[in-house]
Structures are given as structure tokens and as C-alpha cells.
Design a protein around this ligand. Structure first.
Ligand code: HEM
Length: 128
């Protein structure tokens, strides 16, 4: 199976599919006992929008995220949330479930999963 670069995913996937993926992910977050309390109860839509716009930019689409939020600084922006191995694994589990539901082509899925996997590990900021 040929490899696809992270920066080429947006062109292959398109914005609508990406939107579907993030919507499916947040459906999972909304009922998750570990993750739900971390997200702003009164601004779930905003959280969904910020992650979607970040991914549009990071996966090679329009750079609107940078105009609105400047440098992603994701380690810093996640510092207020206690992300241990368990929270990280749950985030990945929900994202994998969302990817299953969105039925991504296998090569895109492989690249995207590896990207999320690395990023999620990078964002761990607490011991268990
Ligand atoms: C490891 C487990 C993770 C947890 C528990 C977590 C949790 C959170 C929470 C609670 C927020 C605040 C929601 C808001 O925007 O109001 C947030 C924001 C965000 N997260 Fe995560 N996250 C995780 C992993 C990731 C990963 C892997 C990525 C990227 C691939 C990511 C990208 C983002 C982005 C882009 C934002 C918005 C940043 C901004 O303010 O512009 N997160 N995350």
C-alpha cells in the first residue's frame, strides 16, 4: 500500500469528510466520563470548530486556523488539562472509533492514525 503524506490528506479527503470525522469524534467525547469534564460544557461547538480548523491547516488545507489562533502551541494549550496515559488512550480510542464510522480509505486512515497517535503521546503532561 502506498504511503500518503500528512500534508496531502486534506486534498484527498476534502473538508466535508473531515467535518464528519470531527463531528463523530465529539459525539463520543460528549458521553465519555474521562474526557467530557475536560471540555468546555458551554462551548462544545467551539471546541469542535477549533480542532477541525487545526486539522484543515495541518493536513494541508487552507490556513485559516493560523489567522485565527496564530501558532498552535498545542503543548501549551493542553497544559491546563490533566492528560495522563489513560486520558490519552481514551482520546485515541474515540478518534479511532470516529475514523471507523467515517469509513476512510485505507491509506489515508493509516497516515492519519499514525499522526494522531504521535500527537496524542506528545501531549501527555501528567504521570498516571
Ligand atoms: C491526548 C489526549 C487529548 C486530550 C485529553 C485533549 C483535550 C483537549 C481539550 C480539553 C481542549 C480544549 C477544547 C477547546 O478548544 O475549548 C483541546 C483543544 C485542542 N486540542 Fe486537544 N486533546 C488531546 C489530544 C489532541 C490531539 C492528538 C490533537 C491534534 C491532533 C489535539 C488538538 C487540539 C486542538 C487544535 C485544540 C484547540 C487549540 C486552540 O485553542 O486553538 N488534541 N484538547
Amino acid at each position: 500500500m502506498s504511503q500518503i503524506a500528512v500534508e496531502d490528506i486534506y486534498d484527498h479527503l476534502g473538508e466535508e469528510k473531515l467535518q464528519q470525522l470531527i463531528a463523530a469524534f465529539y459525539q463520543g467525547v460528549k458521553t465519555d466520563e474521562i474526557l467530557k469534564p475536560m471540555y468546555p460544557a458551554d462551548d462544545f461547538e467551539g471546541a469542535e470548530y477549533r480542532l477541525k480548523e487545526f486539522l484543515v491547516y495541518r493536513l494541508g488545507g487552507p490556513q485559516r486556523y493560523l489567522d485565527e489562533r496564530r501558532h498552535p502551541a498545542l503543548r501549551m494549550r493542553h497544559a491546563p488539562f490533566a492528560i495522563n496515559q489513560i486520558a490519552r488512550d481514551r482520546w485515541m480510542e474515540l478518534m479511532k472509533r470516529a475514523m471507523d464510522q467515517t469509513e476512510l480509505p485505507a491509506d489515508l486512515r493509516q497516515t492519519l492514525e499514525a499522526f494522531f497517535d504521535q500527537m496524542a503521546t506528545f501531549l501527555i503532561n501528567r504521570a498516571d
